[in-house]
Design a protein around this ligand. Structure first.
Ligand SMILES: O=P(O)(O)OC[C@H]1O[C@](O)(CO)[C@@H](O)[C@@H]1O
Length: 259
């Protein structure tokens, strides 16, 4: 794992956007997109680079990590709507290049299996953006998710429903169930970019990076992946015990200048 501690959330957003831009400029790419508040600054940065710097997503495809069960895709808080409104409609993805799970599928298991097949048919994910929940979830893989799990239906924890209540009119409107890529699915992406900002994420980041690989902290499963970049601001890094090791460059330029 490469742990990159940056001064501010804006630096995290810019550095993540650099990695995505580099991937997309390399040629046809498959991106894994997260929703939630964490990647919003990154998406803003990419939209700006599209508008002013000619960055094009016309050759890219994208797969969402997860979706609420029971929300039609037109619901403003469905992740279909969120990613369209916050990112994909403001750049130049081709029609049908952005894929998500159907939260209204009559057979969620069949939907999950078809989604895995669509990812495989696209050649797998080149670069996966990830946020982290305060309980250590990635995607919606809540604590005690199997470290080898595949895309499936999951029940949200009370903590995650509370955390996400801010996006809904009433706390009770947060769905109980979700469809999410599994930890095994996520770990098949070729490069993982885990982003976290703010003190509220500090404990989860410390457990994910320095804790044992254990289902109690699903993000710790990322330690098993060969190419993970963890981009955190100072606040999210504040509980890391080995900060000096991550920041020591011995006078050289930091490794993250070219993720
Ligand atoms: O970025 P937030 O809103 O803090 O949420 C943390 C993570 O939980 C999720 O909402 C669940 O997938 C992600 O979208 C996000 O990365």
């Amino acid at each position: 794992m490469e742990i990159i501690i940056l001064p501010t959330p804006a630096d995290v957003a810019r550095t993540a956007a650099d990695a995505i831009e580099e991937q997309v400029r390399r040629g046809p790419s498959v991106l894994g997109l997260a929703t939630g508040s964490t990647p919003l600054g990154t998406y803003q940065e990419l939209i700006e680079r599209h508008r002013t710097g000619g960055l094009s997503f016309a050759q890219a495809q994208a797969f969402l990590l997860d979706e609420y069960v029971g929300l039609p895709s037109a619901h403003p808080q469905s992740y279909h709507s969120v990613i369209r409104d916050e990112f994909t409609a403001s750049v130049d993805f081709a029609a049908d290049a952005v894929h998500g799970l159907d939260g209204m599928a009559e057979d969620p298991q069949a939907e999950a299996e078809q989604y895995e097949a669509r990812i495989a048919a696209a050649g797998g994910v080149d670069l996966q953006i990830l946020g982290i929940g305060t309980d250590g979830h990635v995607g919606f893989n809540e604590p005690m998710s199997s470290l080898g799990s595949r895309t499936r239906i999951k029940t949200l924890t009370r903590q995650t429903r509370q955390d996400n209540a801010r996006f809904f009119d009433h706390a009770d409107d947060v769905p109980d169930h979700v469809l999410t890529q599994g930890l095994g699915t996520i770990r098949e992406a070729r490069h993982l970019l885990l982003l976290a900002m703010g003190e509220a994420k500090a404990e989860a980041i410390a457990a994910a990076v320095e804790g044992p690989v254990a289902a109690i902290c699903p993000a710790s499963a990322l330690q098993l992946h060969p190419h993970v970049s963890v981009l955190v601001d100072e606040a999210a890094a504040s509980r890391l015990a080995h900060r000096d090791y991550y920041t020591d460059t011995f006078g050289r330029k930091p490794a993250w200048q070219g993720l």
